[in-house]
Design a protein around this ligand. Sequence first.
Ligand SMILES: NC(=O)c1ccc[n+]([C@@H]2O[C@H](COP(=O)([O-])OP(=O)(O)OC[C@H]3O[C@@H](n4cnc5c(N)ncnc54)[C@H](OP(=O)(O)O)[C@@H]3O)[C@@H](O)[C@H]2O)c1
Length: 301
Amino acid sequence: MKLLIIGHLGQVGVELQRALAPFGELFLADKESVDLADPDTIRQLISGIGPDVVVNAAAYTTVDKAESDFETALAVNGRAPEVIAEESARLRALLIHYSTDYVFDGSKASPWIESDEPSPINAYGSSKLVGEEAVAAKGGRHYIFRTSWVYAQHGSNFLRTVLRLASEREELRIIDDQVGGPTSARMIAEATALAIGSCVDLRAGAERNDRPEYGLYHLTCAGQTSWFGFAQEFLQWVAARRPNQKIARCVPIPSSEYPLPARRPRNSVLSNQKLKRGFGLKLPEWRTALHWVLEEMYPKP
Ligand SMILES: NC(=O)c1ccc[n+]([C@@H]2O[C@H](COP(=O)([O-])OP(=O)(O)OC[C@H]3O[C@@H](n4cnc5c(N)ncnc54)[C@H](OP(=O)(O)O)[C@@H]3O)[C@@H](O)[C@H]2O)c1
C-alpha cells in the first residue's frame, strides 16, 4: 500500500510516521512539498503519488491567530480538505481527516456526540467545520476523527509551554472553567492505524466487507479535566520525578481573568461511544496517556 501523510512534521504527523510504517510505503508531505493554501500543489502532490490511503494531519492550528487571519485558516482548514477529498475520491483512496472539539459552542452539560449540532464560537472552529463538511460532501471513502486538546513530547502545545513557564516563574495562573479531553498525539496515531486496519484488508489491499461505516467519529482519550487539572497532573508528576527542578505554584483562575483573542468552549468533552460501537476502540484515560508521554520526556535516571 502507498500511504500519504500530509503534515508529517506536526504533533500527530510525527506519531503517524511511526504508527503507519508497517502498512507499506510512506510518502510524507509538509510545507516544503505542498502549500495547503494552494489547491494546485495539493492536486499535483496526490496525483503524482497515487496513494491508497491519504492522512491529512496538517492544519492551521493557531487558534488565536486565526481570529485575525481567517482567510488563511479557511484556506488551510476549509478549502484544502475539499481538494484533498476530491483527489482521494477520484483515486478511490481512503481519506483520514482530523477535526476538533472547537466546532461546538461549549453550552452542553454532557459530552458532545457526533449528531449534536456544531456551532463554533471562534474562527478556527468555523474553518475546521467548513473542512469537515467539505470532506463529507465529496462522498469518497473517508473517516473524519474529531479530537481535542492535543499534546505530545514534541511540537507546540500546552504541556510543553506550561512546563517551560513553570521552570521560569514563581506562579502560574491557569484556567479552570473550561473542560475537555487531553489527548496525546501518540494515541491519535495508534487509533488511526487500527482504524485503517479495520477498513482495509492488508493482504489483498482491498476494502474489507465488515469495515466500520464511513463518516464522522469522536476520538479522544477517556475522561475529562480542566486546563488547571491537566497542568496540576503533569506538574505534580514532574515535581515527584525531578525534586531539584524548579516548578511554579499553580493557581486556578476563571477564563474572564485570562482574555484571549479567540473565545473557547466551556465544555468541549467529546463522547467516544460511536468509536467504540463502530471500531471497537476505546482510548485510555487521559492521565494514563499523559504519564506515558511524561515517561518518555523524563526517563528514570
Ligand atoms: N492541537 C490541538 O490541540 C488540536 C485539537 C483538536 C484537533 N486538532 C486537529 O488535529 C490535527 C492535527 O493537529 P496537530 O496538533 O498535530 O497540528 P500541528 O502540530 O499544528 O501540525 C500541523 C502541521 O500542518 C502544517 N501546516 C500548516 N499550514 C500548512 C500549509 N499551508 N501547508 C502545508 N502544511 C501546513 C504545519 O506546518 P508549520 O508548523 O510549518 O506551520 C504543521 O506541520 C489537525 O487537524 C488539528 O486541527 C488539533
